[in-house]
Design a protein around this ligand. Structure first.
Ligand code: AGP
Length: 620
């Protein structure tokens, strides 16, 4: 997820673009860059790191005055956070500058096509290919008004995946063009000036008049000809107009009260983006960076999953999937315990480290211990180029985008999906799953974004329940199978956000002691497995609900659509869409995130910055 700004009008373009990037920096801060049109050419500046690095570079080496320009803050997906990978990217002929948010799934084939014409790429990014293609398409398009928009339509029609592209051309000093598919872009309309932004935060300080762009649409903003929107075929469409009533700070949170709520709402996209680009040219699943051979993966006879906190819960889910799909034994360990327990590791051990930040010291120390023991290390991480993936033998990046709230939400769902992909890649490489079996599971994974979006539309009863539980002094969470890690995650969310004692249990463990704490009215959340998967498990969990209810518990039941067995025993019933047994955590977790957030908000706490916590724990 990156931040994009474009401007054409009477103001100083650099001032407008940099101001917009400041408002969008929460969308990505691996690098920043700008391109303005001046003296018949592109004038660009770009720097790795935060926007302040770019601003310092511009102070040392100013760009020429201009009234048309584009800018970008990057959250790295393809290619590390370096100067050369920073956007804007410029075409080989120096004429086109382009910025991009998203993932161009077919960039490898397009890159080969460009290289075959003699083009030498300056970066490792997928974006650069769009710049070269736009320059060629512009040359091929008929001269005259709309030429750059025609080039953008021609190129956008060839791209697969998710993208927002904004481009300028040295021979078009009055025009910017943009296109979008599965990635956001809004247009701001001022008095004789136009703005492009990943969201309205980019231009809200200049205008509140906005135009919404639909899927597969191209927009042209021209100083003299105004705003034109078409579909990829060139048919003119009328964009929906609206007035933004948020203030600038609210705009950064997408109108949500907390970044956490915004990030919960971004979960469908985070899951979808993590799945994007995973199928190689041969149709097989691929990792992002692999310094392991297929034979290395075939030689694996033991897997450890090592992580902390919420990432540890993702690791527990990974165990079920990897063991079920590959039949390789999997141990899951909290990173702070891992190296002190003297684990049995060797070259045939794969240690999967999971970390949103890529900087958690406990996890990093565990990784280094594993490497000292000659084990192979695979990282699942959300921050491209951070320490943990850099020191790993292979990497699978989640594409959840920056997670500002301390409490992990979208990165957790993305981690779970990444764990499924690791399990499937191992199964595929080791031949224990045929390609069609892997494809069938991938097809189920690709339904998850819509399933999560559906859950999010049904959360008002959960928010109401949260407000009613604000005075609870303890809440228990029960689950079995993959529902057990979800119970642990629900308890952790409540502890770290609402400071309420909460505990997650394997539901079968209740009768071995914990049931003694159940009192009249004790809230007990129960995550119920699908009755369609392992119905024996389902029946046992329904029995567990009856056990706690018989002792006075207030039962809060999360069950899939159509599961009527739970109805008589649920004081509160929260429905989730039907999903395959192993994939259920991606949907059952969401109500627990909303519940914890609502309880914390009702108790008057800072949801985004809970007391005593940090987003990245870089001490042991
Ligand atoms: C969970 O909401 C917390 N943010 C915390 O438990 C976190 O998951 C843990 O500190 C691990 O962080 P990492 O994923 O960045 O390594």
């Amino acid at each position: 997820m990156c931040g994009i700004v474009g401007y054409v009008g009477p103001q100083n373009a650099l001032d407008v673009v940099l101001g917009g990037l400041r408002r969008l920096e929460y969308r990505g801060y691996d690098s920043a860059g700008v391109a303005v049109l001046a003296d018949g050419g592109q004038a660009t500046a770009k720097k790795a790191g935060k926007l302040a690095n770019l601003e310092k570079a511009l102070a040392d080496s100013p760009l020429p005055e201009s009234t048309i320009g584009i800018g970008h803050t990057r959250w790295a997906t393809h290619g590390g956070p370096t100067d050369r990978n920073a956007h804007p990217h410029v075409s080989a002929d120096g004429k086109v500058a382009v910025v991009h948010n998203g993932i161009i799934e077919n960039f490898a084939a397009l890159r080969s096509e460009c290289e075959a014409t003699g083009i030498e790429f300056a970066s490792e990014t997928d974006t650069e290919v769009a710049g070269h293609l736009l320059a060629a398409a512009y040359e091929a398009a008929p001269a005259g008004p709309g030429r750059l928009a025609e080039a953008m339509r021609a190129v956008s029609s060839r791209l697969e995946g998710a993208f927002t592209l904004v481009a300028s051309h040295a021979d078009e000093p009055d025009t910017l063009v943009a296109s979008r598919r599965n990635s956001p872009l809004v247009v701001g309309v001022g008095d004789g000036e136009y703005f492009l932004g990943s969201d309205v935060a980019a231009f809200i300080s200049h205008t509140r008049e906005a135009r919404e762009l639909g899927q597969d649409q191209v927009v042209e903003i021209d100083r003299h000809r105004g705003l034109t929107v078409t579909d990829f075929a060139g048919t003119v469409v009328e964009p929906a107009a609206y007035t933004v009533d948020w203030d600038a700070e609210a705009a950064e949170k997408g109108g949500h009260e907390w970044f956490m709520l915004k990030e919960i709402a971004e979960q469908p996209q985070a899951v979808a983006d993590t799945l994007l680009g995973r199928l190689g040219e041969d149709g097989g699943l691929v990792l992002d960076e692999v310094r392991l051979t297929d034979q290395d993966l075939r030689d694996i006879d033991k897997v450890f999953v090592v992580s902390c906190g919420t990432s540890f819960h993702a690791g527990l889910i990974a165990k079920y999937a990897i063991e079920h799909w590959t039949r390789i034994p999997v141990e899951v360990e909290v990173a702070s315990e891992f190296r002190y327990r003297d684990p049995v590791l060797d070259r045939s051990t794969l240690v999967v480290v999971i970390s949103q930040s890529g900087e958690t010291m406990d996890t990093l120390m565990a990784l280094r211990h594993a490497k000292d023991q000659k084990a192979r290390v695979l990282a699942i991480c959300n921050v491209n180029g951070s320490t943990i993936p850099r020191e790993s033998d292979a990497v699978l990046y989640t594409h959840a985008g920056p997670e500002i709230a301390v409490a992990s939400t979208k990165s957790f769902l993305a981690q779970i999906v990444a764990c499924y992909l690791v399990g499937l890649i191992l199964a595929q490489v080791r031949g224990v799953k045929y390609a069609d079996e892997v494809a069938a599971i991938v097809a189920e994974l690709q339904k998850l974004p819509e399933a999560v979006a559906q859950v999010l539309t049904q959360m008002e009863p959960v928010r109401e329940l949260g407000r009613s539980l604000a005075d609870a002094d303890t809440i228990l969470f029960l689950g079995r199978h993959v529902g057990f890690p979800v119970a642990l995650e629900g308890a952790l969310k409540l502890k770290e956000l609402a400071y309420i004692h909460a505990e997650g249990f394997a539901a079968g463990e209740l009768k071995h002691g914990p049931i003694a704490v159940i009192d009249q009215g004790t809230p007990v959340v129960v995550i119920v497995p699908s009755p369609r998967g392992r119905s024996l498990l389902h029946g046992k969990v329904v029995s567990n609900i009856q056990e706690v209810r018989a002792r006075g518990a207030r039962t809060i039941v999360i069950a899939e659509d159509g599961d009527d067995d739970v109805v008589p025993y649920a004081d509160h019933l929260i429905r989730v869409p039907r999903t395959p047994t192993l994939l259920a955590p991606v949907v059952t977790t969401v109500p627990l995130q909303i519940l914890a957030c609502e309880i914390a908000d009702t108790r008057g706490f800072d949801v985004d910055q809970p007391r005593n916590l940090a987003k990245s724990v870089t001490v042991e």
